[in-house]
Write a protein that binds this ligand. Structure first.
Ligand SMILES: [Zn+2]
Length: 266
């Protein structure tokens, strides 16, 4: 397997063991190997591609494929995503979300921007609801580009780039949609994180996932975005899980989410 950014072979063995299949607590029957690129730090998992057009993927990762359940699972993170992007200068602007799922980020910004919202989602069962909510809805970035080439002010994609076969080409597709001078925001789990260093096997079997083809350090993401032709790139690490989660991992070796224990206040 070659690095999608540098094209050199992935040769550094990062992890070998069980990986997560879908929801927390699920584990693969077989061991899997994660190898990384010695040059840029991107890591890869050699697995069969996932079909994102059917409901199977959402059933695997969310435990259901229903539009009605999507907000319960994903709403908690939407405000932090908008907070990371910032609200300045969005009035009247067009926003596209590639891999938007049930479209909750677009729901959040639609009333605020007042501009067009473009929902790109391969899972067809989400489309009727996305359209009902007023989002212009497409199956793929290529379909969206037929109407919105170089026309989007802000193109976002959260937790998608780690799934695609060719991350550089994927970002290139986002660039095709985006106006010259517009913004592209790409979010992905951070490979360079403390829990993976503290509990490489326990946290690794939770962090590494059958549906994630690639794992990015901040530097690997920067290089992938550069290779896709983006300019003025800023990579930020955002801690979405709190110290309670870290402490519970160290104590229990399993995820608890945020605020599971009362922490001392100073
Ligand atoms: Zn590389």
């Amino acid at each position: 397997m070659n690095c999608p950014t540098c094209l050199s072979p992935l040769t550094a063995r990062l992890y070998e063991g069980k990986i997560r299949l879908g929801q927390p607590g699920t584990r693969s029957a077989a061991d899997h190997v994660i190898e990384s690129c010695k040059s840029c730090g991107i890591a890869g998992l050699d697995i069969d591609p996932t079909d994102y057009t059917s409901d199977t993927y959402r059933t695997t990762v969310d435990g259901n494929h229903g539009v009605s359940e999507f907000p319960q699972i994903h709403d908690w993170e939407q405000a932090s995503l908008l907070g990371a992007i910032g609200t300045k200068g969005l009035a009247g602007k067009g926003v596209a979300d590639a891999g938007c799922g049930g479209g909750r980020f677009l729901d959040l910004v639609a009333g605020f921007t007042g501009g067009p919202t473009i929902a790109i989602e391969p899972t067809a069962s989400f489309h009727a609801e996305l359209k009902r909510k007023g989002h212009q809805t497409f199956h793929s970035t290529a379909d969206a580009a037929a109407e919105w080439r170089n026309a989007i002010d802000l193109t976002v994609s959260f937790d998608v780039i780690e799934h695609v076969d060719d991350p550089v080409a994927f970002v290139g597709d986002l660039k095709v949609l985006t106006k010259p001078g517009g913004r592209i925001v790409v979010g992905t789990p951070n490979l360079d994180q403390l829990l993976l260093k503290l509990l490489p096997m326990d946290f690794g079997s939770f962090f590494f996932r059958q549906v994630h083809r690639w794992y990015f350090t901040p530097r690997a993401l920067q290089l992938s975005l550069e290779r896709a032709g983006l300019k003025d790139i800023r990579v930020r690490s955002i801690q979405r899980y709190d110290f309670s989660n870290l402490a519970c991992w160290l104590r229990d070796r399993r995820p608890t989410g945020n605020a599971a224990i009362e922490l001392p206040k100073y």
